[in-house]
Design a protein around this ligand. Sequence first.
Ligand code: 8YV
Length: 312
Amino acid sequence: EVLLLAPLPDLLLAPLKEEFVCHDWHQSKDKDGLLNRHGANIRAIIGAGGTTYHLSLLRDLPSLQIICVFGVGYDGVPLDYCKQRGIRVTNTPDVLTEDVADIALALVLMTSRKLVPATKFLQAGLWTRGNFELTTKPGGKRAGILGLGRIGKAIARRLEAIGMQVGYCCREKQPNVSYQYFFSPAEMAAWCHYLIVACPGGEQTKNLVNAQVLFALGSDGTLINIARGSVVDENALISALQGGFIKGAGLDVYAEEPYVPKKLLKMENVVLLPHVGSGTMETRKAMADLVVANLTAYFNGKPLPTLVPELA
Ligand code: 8YV
C-alpha cells in the first residue's frame, strides 16, 4: 500500500494504481482516519519535489520502507531519520534538467526583454499609438549561477549561447570548468547582472540569498530562481524590489508554495511562474516512469535505478 503526499498527475497515478493500492493523503479530509485504517500497511510514500515529508507522519508508518520523490529535489525528506530506519529514498534526476534550464533562460529573456508587459501592451491596443518601450539586451551581460550542478550547467550552456558571460558560486571550485568562480554569493552578486539560483534547497542553503546579497546585486541586477523558494529570503527580496535596490526578479519557486506573497503579485518588475520548470508532458512522463521503476525494482528485490547518493 502506497501513500500519496502531493497532487500527482494521471500519467503517474494510472500506472501506480495498476500495481499498488494507493491512498491519497493529500486529498483526504480525514487524515487521522486514513492513518488509523491503513497506517500499519503503508510500505511506500510518493510525494513531489517541494513536499515536506514530516517526521511526525513517518513515525506513524511502522512498515514504511521506501520514499519515492517525484522530482529531483529531496530537501523535504529527513534523510538522517530515513538512514536510521533503513528507509530508501529515490528521486528523478537528469530527465528534467533541460526543461528546468529552459525556464531559467525564459525568465532571463522575459525579465530583460519585458515580454509580459509587451504582450499586455499589444493586447490593450496600445501599439497603434506608438511602439513599445526599449528594453535591455541580455547578450554581453554577466550571469552568476548559484549552484553549478546538472541544472546549473545546462543553464550556463544556454546563457553562453545568447552571448552572456557566465560565473558560478558553489562550495568548491569545479575542475574542468572555465567559468569564473566565486567563493561567496555576495561576491558573485556584486559582479553579475543576473543572479540565477540553481542550488538544492534545505537547511544548508536556507536564505543564502539574503538582504546583503540582494544589495550587492544592485539596482541593475535581476534575481532568477528556478530552484527552491527557501534559498531566497522572500521578505528581503520584496523589500529590495520595493526599494529599487534590485531591478527585477523572475521566479518559478516560492517559500510557501502554492501561496505567493500578495506584495509580489502586485509588482510590475517581476515575472512569476507557478513552479513549471519540469512541467512538460514529456518530462513528467519520464519522471513518472522513474518513480514506477524505483518502486517495482524495490518490491522485486532489484537495485534501485535512482537511489539518492547519500543513501547509496
Ligand atoms: C516538480 C521539483 O515540480 O524536481 C523538483 O525538485 O520541484 C519539480 O520538478 C515537482 O517535484 C513535481 O510536482
